[in-house]
Every structure is written in structure tokens, then in C-alpha cells.
Design a protein around this ligand. Sequence first.
Ligand code: SF4
Ligand code: SF4
Ligand code: SF4
Length: 893
Amino acid sequence: MNEITFIIDGLELKTQKGSTILQAAAENGIYIPHLCHNPDLKPIGACRLCLVENEEGRLITSCENLAEEGIVISTTSPRVENARMMITKLLLANHEANCLTCAQNNQCELQKISSFFGIEKENMEDLRRSITDISPDESNPFFKRDLKKCILCGICVRTCRDRLGVNAIDFAYRGDETKITTFLDQPIIESNCVSCGECVIACPVGALVPKTNLKPIREVKTTCTYCGVGCGLYLGVRGQEIITSRGDPEHPLSQGNLCVKGRYAFKFVNHPNRLTKPLIKKNGLFVEVEWDEALEFAARKLSKYKEESFAAISSARCTNEDNYLMQKFTRVVMGTNNIDNSARSCHAPSVAALAETLGSGAMSNSIDEIPHAKCLFIIGTNPNQSYPVLNMRIMDAIKNNAKLIVADPRDIELNRYADIVLQHKPGTDIALIMGMIRVIVDEGLMDDNFIQDRCENYEALLKSLESFDLETVEQITGLKADNIKKAARLYATTESSAIFYSLGITEHSHGTDNVMALSNLALITGNIGKPFTGINPIRGQNNVQGSCDMGCLPNVYPGYQNVEDEDVHKKFQKAWNSQLSPFIGMKMPEMMEAARDGNLKALYIMGENPALSEPDSSNIQKALNDVDFLIVQDLFLTETALLADLVLPGASFAEKDGTFANADRRVQRVRQAIKPIGDSKPDWQIITELAQKMGMKGFKYSSAEEVAHEIAVLTPIYGGILYNHLEEKGLQWPCLTEKDEGTPILHKDKFSTKNGKGKFIPLSYRLPAELTDEEYPLVLTTGRRIFHYHTSTMTGVVTGLKKLYDHDSVEINPIDAEKLGLQDGEGVWVVSRRGRIKAPVELTDRSPKGLIFMAFHSPNTKTNLITNSACDPVTKTPEFKYCAVRIDKDENI
Ligand code: SF4
Ligand code: SF4
Ligand code: SF4
């Protein structure tokens, strides 16, 4: 019996056991005024406005007290009315009420309560007015803090602390001087605030408001164009301009939350620097031309470079429909499988390793399971900076008492909430994970039934564990054996445990082995194929999953159908009415090598910027210069586009229809909000026009939806993914038919390997490709910062983001800095065997001794000039996470 009956204001009401009086009243249409309550936060009963009277005549807070069987409550007794009226009058007395010009006008809880009580100016005459004169804090580029309107409900403080885990603000001072401010009462921009705007959305009054307060004329429901979380949002439009972005409260993963990029970084769409016309390079200078001339030029040039002298790089930012057509163009028009995408530089090891061990290289479980997880093992990923809304779901899990194990060479934000922190030496993940497996085996914590029924190759794994005794593992990882044991026990003995990882695992010269080690760990404990478990690679870019799903890889057609499989090959030849190459094509690093060797003559790059994003980038720029004909299709004149012979202006996510597939295999709609800017066109349309210009049949589509239909027909895992099926919510593949509701959890009854078994892989520890020595004594590892995305092509033109973060600094431990005589902020040269870059140092304990960290966003810093292009032998994924460097002082910087 979960239902209870109780009485409010003489009415007999029913509610679920566990509901608060406030919730129960609201469910039954009874309004109890409140200010400090927010359904996403733990109640604190601070504003006292939700007071109600119980049978004993006591005033109690309805937000904190539960509705219990048989209780009798009054929400309108004279004592309640008096108390609430006095509280409201006191709040209003200290409030600068200029509602008409306040951004919160008509949405303000204080306004609502004041009008509920019918408070008039005369009511206030008996109170001393004492509006504190505090100037608004306008330092943040996106929102304003006007503390004169603050009612001290603490919703912003709790949102920042409990939902974000950021803790940028808190109550300070005492009595009537109490205010909400940052550490040391600095302007908010000086604090650790990440500008997510969640406190702004949650503030019930006008104390925290966006700086731009224009309201849109219409809103279009779509999917965020930045990271792989795939948050749902509404773009607000006035005429042909995007003016707002707000979270979709109904979205199953993001639940209305957004990060700084999703909420505020939409200004790139209407930016004046957008490419609006095709450009042909004539005598070294770009000249604007009409589409017809551009396509004619491309068709003429490309007709000379068919088959192995052509390659294409597709885009993790473009839609599935764009990507599908890019690989079809490469295979059908150009006759080669030389197609790749930026997954090569990030999650190719996940795709390869998990396909081998489990039969599918994607996230096994769903992001919406995270809040209910029992144990999370987070390794080689910093979700706070890279996947902020997924990090909010981790914070939800922590609130629900989930256990947390965090493994990362750096001291990342989540460490503060972890039950066990494993700060291992960089590049030693295999030793750590295999060490944990060794503990599990030694202590008999395996899931024997699961191993016997659903796995193979166990004996081989056991044999390879011999070299991972804890003494050796301690030496390799620098961790205490005790800590490794605790982590192994916690992971293995909690009812369900889930692994989340990203590029800290994959971007190594042994990235594929790292992923296999994690797969071994999940298999040996049976933590896969059921809710709240799994092995979950978090994808970094909005549609990197989709560009792989669409077959923008040299070895597979859409839906991971092998190009070397005879039946598959025949199926696509028939469908596309074309002779297709039976050979696996080149991976991106191989394309660059072929270009430098003169074997690759033409390269077509859509929505990627390898000139900045790939390691040892001067060598990449050489390759791009060496091809005879380079086409770049993008939104802006990127560093790569500057090297092109032909630049084609593509349309952004706000200007076209399509779909993105997020990290948990969820295919979601992208909807056109405005017309393409200038003469730009949706990428899928450009490709079809070029193919037709080259005389090809089979490239006539009237809409993105028609392309999606062809994808569904040829791609079994996308078989039921049609637009009419996606209107309300996304679908997780495999989704085989229109009746299929998708697959939130993979591997439930069997794995997708040929024999249905999960495969253990024996592994050994290998050193990183490049080691430190006397000349290069420090390790450089790279990663992301929350304020920018990839090489800043889009975020770099958003003025507010540039104000928050405009250069890549060198994070260094204070002890290393002292040894080198460096002061915080001092400019230095970071030198590797490949070159040198200059940047200011940032002294921080986030970096352990011997390890420095840099992001790779800034086109001025060009971090990838010095990173190492040594690759994982299986996938050719570069070792971005480890290279040897030194720091040189330079007085002239
Ligand atoms: S915060 Fe509310 S009550 Fe205060 S000025 Fe704004 S709308 Fe009016
Ligand atoms: S914007 Fe986000 S990080 Fe900054 S204070 Fe508000 S909740 Fe905290
Ligand atoms: S977390 Fe990712 S998907 Fe969500 S708003 Fe931020 S960038 Fe967009």
C-alpha cells in the first residue's frame, strides 16, 4: 500500500507515501506559496513561506515534512496567513521592485506571491525600508547578478553545489549583510564558475538573469551541436536570427539542463565571418564564385583523381544524412573506400576493441541510467569539463548514494566526490585494470556463472594475469596496492557497477589494449548486459557516433557492415547500382602519409580541421599542401580551409534537417530553425549536387528525410529509425523495424560477436611510445576545457566564450614550477622532439609532479604542433595523451 489519505483545509486527499505536504498539495491543485523550494534540490525550509499548521497548532514547513496517513493540515489558518504575510512584506520591503523593466517580469515567484497575498504599497508603510546598495555584478559575459533583487533562498548555491559540483558561490557575511557571493567576494568571472547558467534558470526572482533579454518569436526543438551527450534544446528565433537557446525539460538525458556551450554558444550561427559563397583559390588568393562554377571546377578536377588517388574525411559535427552521402560519394563516385572521420583520433580503439570482445563498439548502456547507478568507475575521462550535463547525471547518482571510483593521472574535479581515487601514472591504465582483475581473481570475486555461460578465452586471460601481481602493478602505476584492492572489491562486489571512459583510455599507442582491459573487467564480474552496468565510451563530438554508424570508416559500410564481406559487398553494389572497391581503404594517418609521398592526389574534407586537430600538425599541414587538389567544406575559413583549392560553404545544425547519434546510440532529430546563411547549403545537398555534376545517377534526394529513408533500408541497426518515429523522442540503435522501440541496453542475452560469446583478451603492459629523458623530462598530456570545442572553429567566434577563456595555458605542479623558477602566468616555451609552442604557465595541484596538461583549442597556441603522432598499431589512433617535453624559460614572451 503506497497510497495514503490525509486532510488539507477540510478536503480529504490522496497521495503517494513519501510525498511532502507541498508536493501532495500541488498534485491536488492546492497552491502553497514557496520561494526556496526547487523540485531538483533537497528541501531546506529556509524561506518559511510554505508554513502550514498541523493539528497540534504547530507551524511546520510543508517542503520538508511528509504527508502522513490521517494528518490534518491547514494552509489558510490565521496563524499561517499572518506568518506568510509578514515574511512576504519583509522580503518586499528590502526589494528593489522595478518589475516592468526586470527580466523576470511575469515569471517571478516573488511577484506571484505578492499578488497572491494582495499586498499593496500601503501595507508596507509600517516597515523600515532598507534596500542595500550593491552594484550588479556584470562580469560574466552571459548573465548578470543583481543582488538587490536576491531573496536569499539559496537555490543558486544549492544548484551550483549539489547539481553541478562546482561550488562557485555561497552565503557570506551575517545578519542583514548576508549575501550570496564568490570565494573572497570577487566578481563571478574571477571564480571557478563554469557559466552554465543553471543558477540563472533556477533563480525564482530577477536576481540572476541573462544579459540578453529578448524573447524569441518562435522556438524550434532540436539537439545540441556540441558534445556527445546530445542534450535536447529549443532554439529561439527572431526573423533569420537565433537569439536564445533553452534546455528541453522533457529530454530524457538532459532534463532541461545545458552547459555553457549548449546554452550560450549559438552566436556562431549568425556570425559575420560565416562562409556565404564558394571560394576558388586563384593565384594564391580566394575568389568568391557562384555554385555552378565551384561545382564545375570540383567535378573537372575530381574526374582526374579517381580510386586510390582520392580520399575523403567526413565530419563528426555534420548530420547522419551528410555523413551517409559523403561515404556514398567516396565509394560510388570516386570508387574507393578511402573514407575516415575524426573518430580515428579519439574512439577508434573503442570501436575496434569492443567489436572484438563484445561484438559492438558503442556504449552498452544508457546515460539516463546514471542517476540510479550503484557504483560508477570513471577512468580516463573528465566529464566536468568535457561532458558537463553527463557530469550532472553523475552528481545525481552521488546524491542517490552511488559509490564512485575515479582513476585519472590528474586531480580532476570528480575526485572530491569519490570513494576511491586512483591517481595513477599516465600511460599505465593496463597495469591498473589488469591489477584490479588480478585482485578479483585472487579473492574469488568473479561471476563464475556469467563467465561460464557467456564468455570465452578465460584461461588465456588467467595466464596473462601472472605478470600483474600487485607488487609489479604498484611499481608501474605508482599506486598503493591497498587502494587497488579496495577499488577492485568495490567494483566487483557492488550489486551493479558501470564503467565510463573516454580519451584518457583511447588516445594511447596501446589504446585498443586499454579498452580490451576494461572489457575484461566488465566481463569477469558480469557487469554487462543489465541495467546500471556496462562499458560506456563517452563520445566527445555531437555526431562522432553517427559518422561511424554511417560507414565513414575505411573498412565498413553503414551499420558496421564489412566491406570485405562478399554478401555485403554485393548488397551495396546492387543498391547503389555501382562497382564498389572490395579493398579496405586508408585510415586518416595513412592518407596523410600517402599525400606526403605523392600517392594521394585529391582530398575532400567536410567539417573537420586536421591542420590543428591532428598530432605533429606541421607534418599534417605539409600533407595538406602536398595534395594536388584539396576541397574543404565548412562553416568558417578554418586553418585547413586556408590551405584548400576550393572552399564550399556548408550550413550549420540550425539551418538544416537531419539526425545526430549521441554517445548512448540515441539517434535524435536536428531541425531547421532558419534558412542557410548567405548562399551556404546543407552538406548533404552540396554532395548530391557535386555527384550529379559528375554525371552520377542515384544522388537525387528531395530532402534529408529521403536520405534517412535510404539509410534505414540499407542499415539493419537503423532499420526503424525514420523521422516520423523520431518526432517525440530519440531512438537507440539497434532499432530494426518501425515497431521497434530501440535498445537502451546492449548484450542482454548474448553478445553480438559471431558465436554470441564475450571474449576475454590476454594482455601485457607496454610503455608509451615516447619516454622522458634528461632532455625532455616532463610528460605532456592534452584534453579539453569546458568553454571551447575542438579547434574552436565555432566557439572561437563567440565573444563571451573568448572572454571566459582565450588561450591554452600550461598547467604545471607548483613543485615543478619552483624547480624551473617559474611564476604563475609567466610565458614559456614548451618544447618536444617535434617543435615548440609558447604559452603561459598555470601553477596548479591538478597536475601531479612530472606531468603538464594543455588543451588544444586555441589556434594561437597550436598545441598539436608538439604532440606525438605515434599510433596505436590496430587503429592508428595517435598518442595525444603522452609525449615527452621540456619547458624553456623565455624572457621575451
Ligand atoms: S525580481 Fe520579481 S519582484 Fe523583483 S523586480 Fe523582478 S519581477 Fe519584480
Ligand atoms: S553559472 Fe553554473 S557554475 Fe556558475 S554559479 Fe551558476 S550554477 Fe554555478
Ligand atoms: S553537455 Fe554537451 S550536448 Fe549538452 S549542452 Fe553541453 S555541449 Fe551540448
